[in-house]
Design a protein around this ligand. Structure first.
Ligand SMILES: Nc1nc2c(c(=O)[nH]1)N[C@H]1C(S)=C(S)[C@@H](COP(=O)(O)O)O[C@H]1N2
Ligand SMILES: [Mo]
Length: 202
């Protein structure tokens, strides 16, 4: 309550503690940022594949993915162009579940995420394990809209949102780092919003 806040001495200008430095709250808006044409993907032919340094390369169909345990993310997302969207509710399948099924080889250190559209983004394996990343297909209790990556996208909310590849088609596990689309074009390799890792050299 603003009333209580006033008495506890908080200033009106105080930033929402959920906003990383340099970010603003978009409120109920949700900007769409897409570099490539938006695809139309049929659920009947949709797949998600884990390959590279896994014990068993695996491909899931839409119904196979849906049959796995779902898990939720309640929290915020942060775009490098300075907007953040707070208190979202997402559902999907944890990447832990998928990686466990495929079996991660011990040499694997990084992943390169691919999309049905050709977009790519790279991440350290440690940033997509231990409950930090999802293949997400619902937001706010509704199917993920196509413009936002539906039917399914990668969701890695603790990093800038360019890491959350829309229309994700799979991850390749690697023993080295391989730059993705924006990372080759000047964006930071890791993209931690709390450290303002926006561009190479930040
Ligand atoms: N396939 C694909 N995924 C993408 C992008 C893109 O251009 N293509 N843009 C990224 C960027 S820069 C951001 S900020 C978010 C935007 O997601 P939104 O359009 O759902 O807000 O998607 C990320 N994932
Ligand atoms: Mo972005």
């Amino acid at each position: 309550m603003g009333f209580t806040r006033g008495f506890s001495g908080r200033k009106h200008s105080e930033r929402d503690p959920r906003l990383p430095p340099g970010q603003y709250d978009v409120g109920s808006d949700w900007p769409v940022l897409t570099a490539e044409p938006t695809p139309t993907l049929e659920l009947s032919s949709w797949t998600f594949t884990l390959d590279g340094l896994v014990s068993t390369p695996r491909t899931w169909t839409w119904s196979e993915l849906q049959a796995l345990p779902h898990s939720a993310y309640d929290g915020d997302i942060h775009c490098v162009t300075t907007w953040s969207k707070l208190a979202m509710h997402w559902e999907g399948v944890s990447l832990d579940t998928l990686l466990e099924t495929a079996g991660v080889q011990p040499q694997a250190t990084h992943i390169l995420a691919s999309c049905h559209t050709g977009y790519t983004t790279n991440l350290p394996l440690a940033d997509v394990t231990d409950g930090k990343a999802w293949v997400a297909f619902q937001v706010g209790g509704e199917p993920l809209p196509v413009a936002h990556g539906g039917p399914a996208r990668l969701l890695v909310p603790h990093l800038y949102f360019w890491k959350s590849a829309k229309w994700v088609s799979g991850l390749t596990l690697l023993d080295h780092d391989e730059a993705g689309f924006w990372e080759r074009n000047g964006y930071h390799d890791r993209g931690d919003p709390w450290l303002e890792q926006r561009y190479q050299g930040d």
